[in-house]
Ligand binder design. Sequence first.
Ligand code: GDP
Ligand code: GDP
Length: 455
Amino acid sequence: EEDLALLSGDGAFEDGDGFTGPAPVLAIVGRPNVGKSTLVNRILGRREAVVEDTPGVTRDRVSYPALWNGQRFTVVDTGGWEQDARGMASRVAEQAEIAVELADAVLFVVDATVGATATDEAVVRMLRRTRKPVILAANKVDDERGQLEAAVLWSLGLGEPRSVSALHGRGVADLLDVVIETLPEVSAIAGPVEEGGPRRVALIGRPNVGKSSMLNKLVGSERVIVDNVAGTTRDPVDELVSLGGRMWRFVDTAGIRRRAHQASGADFYAALRTQTALEKAEVAVVLLDASEVLSVQDTKILSTVIEAGRALVIAYNKWDLMEDERRHYLEREIERDLVQMTWAPRVNVSARTGWHAERLVPAMDKALASWDARIPTGRFNAFLGELVAANPHPLRGGKQPRILFGTQASSRPPKFVVFTTGFLDPGYRRFIIRRLRETFGFEGTPIELTMRIRE
Ligand code: GDP
Ligand code: GDP
């Protein structure tokens, strides 16, 4: 047996390992019993089964951090799909299709002792349509004699079959060299790396809504400044603030406190600050001035948060100035101008008096929990099935696009992909998102839904 000194384990990559950006993702695809789990264990340098398959239980994607020759990557194992009435071939092809969608490269595993089956060919047809790089592993080539069987797999048209024996480790090192060559250094697919530590908050809003007043109220005397890069005053500064018994990291607070210098070009710098703060933050608290009519700048800032894909809390500040007449109008204004953001928790506060400022904490918690949430593929497909059964897509020119299946591709924020036989009307897509919110909550987070149309 070859001894593969591979590094493995959860949390293998911490801050300071010298890697920047999310690790590239390698999806392992293939029909049952070709040796995917064995190969994954090989790659991770483990002996025991990665996950115990319980028959009849659908297991979702599982990712593991891996390292080869100083290059990190994420292995995504998509196995464990239940066989259903549609048969194994379509099931495996679906699984492969999802995996491909979510990966930077695909490792397609075929059992060389069996040769290419109809199921394998179904997967190949799907793989050919994608632009993702595919590496073909001919597994169970335990000795020289198997080489010939592996060579036959050239016929699949996926390039050179890389013969390996996942069981004995034969050829796995060479295969991993190819994997590393094929993968980009930083994933083009995976979301931002999850950093530990306090959750990061951007306190934003147009000039004069009360950002620095609110910051001062929240910070009180407990202010800890971090990231104060020496020298320039332009450097964003974060402050650690204890709220609700936990630390929160308010990002780019220097920009809030520097308002005296914002005389000229204020709008431009405000927009720039919003952008940089959002890049660093997980949740945005957007302050609006409750005593004034919602402005174009306010709605722009709110849209920026949604475009940036951050969790959102809306805080109506200066509530102490609220008058009954305005209060009545405000409700209508919310219905009219904030319809796209009715999912965002709203809190009425006063930065001046500190009234209800503590209510920001549960609102941020809720928004972040939704932002982090993951719906298992099985549940999402059950949801889609029920939705389509009750409300099929309207007929268009006698035809009806069908939703085949879907998956939540990522979280932070939640992104869903649905595979369809045709274009779904924007209205129908909005309907799906609305139903997603009704069914699963998602209060405080934007949701993305994309289609993949299969011919
Ligand atoms: P999966 O369903 O694709 O994850 O396949 P598994 O990893 O569970 O392997 C299925 C069976 O094939 C198991 O009995 C493995 O021990 C066996 N197997 C996997 N890799 C090899 C190999 O390289 N050579 C041989 N001879 N058997 C293998
Ligand atoms: P920023 O530009 O968003 O940082 O806003 P500031 O915190 O500097 O506030 C702008 C003005 O609004 C100041 O005069 C504050 O005193 C006032 N202000 C801020 N919050 C409140 C509030 O809750 N109620 C009232 N009445 N005034 C406030």
